[in-house]
Unconditional design. Sequence first.
Length: 291
Amino acid sequence: MRQATREPRPNHKAILVCAVAAAVLVSISGPMAPAASAVAPGCDSAHPTRIGGGLYGYPDTRALNALIGVDARNSSGQQLNRDGAVINGPGYSWSVHVNPELPPEGSTDPRARRDWNDPAQQCVAANVYQVYLEVYPRRPPAGSVTDFTRFGEAAHYRQLLTKGADNQILLRLPVRDEQGGNTGYVNGYITANGGPVPDPTNPSTGLRIRAFPLGSGPDCGVEGFAASAEQLATSSSGNATFYRTPPLAAGRCGAATQTYSLKVTWLKTGELQARQIDITDGRGIRVDFAF
């Protein structure tokens, strides 16, 4: 007759010691803490991402009196303010005015500011995914108008941001060809119903003339832009409206030309017409429009 085998008796003392040790270990370490989110220098956890960078004339490297319009977007393409809240409107998310005391010719003083780094304005919420930037040369006093005495306008579109980092974005305004820069322009005539556009400079019934670059970001050279006409008036013959764009930056990154979408809108009717144009250094292109 076989004897029944006996299971070894558990060591209750050893089990108790292990249980106590495990309890002590849990009480000391606690639950796993989430990793801290990155915050750029000078920013806070509510606005952890910073944007800024260099700002000067090209190729003269002069310090600028410039206004930067910032259009901030989330990953769904909605416009945001600095706090990350969705906004709806025709204007920028916010703007930055640098060196408002400088003349429209800028300054060669090496001590003058050549950047748009400003933690008070440029720290943004974590959901700001990308920015579109448009830069205007200005003249004093602060709050004054755009001035093309020496510089044209520039843009920097579709700039993706690294969340929680210091995103340095270089911005430059093109020097006019007449001042030794690398720009061209577009001019021509606009007719409405066979004659000049009535009251063309009236904001409510006049013309809107803009030129948008097709590139993304000034990695080399300058990405030009025009938000309005530099000249707009009834032609000397009285049969049409003459326009001329501000100076537009020419070829980038070794290219002979830079391509733009030239858009003309007659605000009275809301009708939009567009042409694709190539700008070459020192040259003007004639493009006419008829409404």
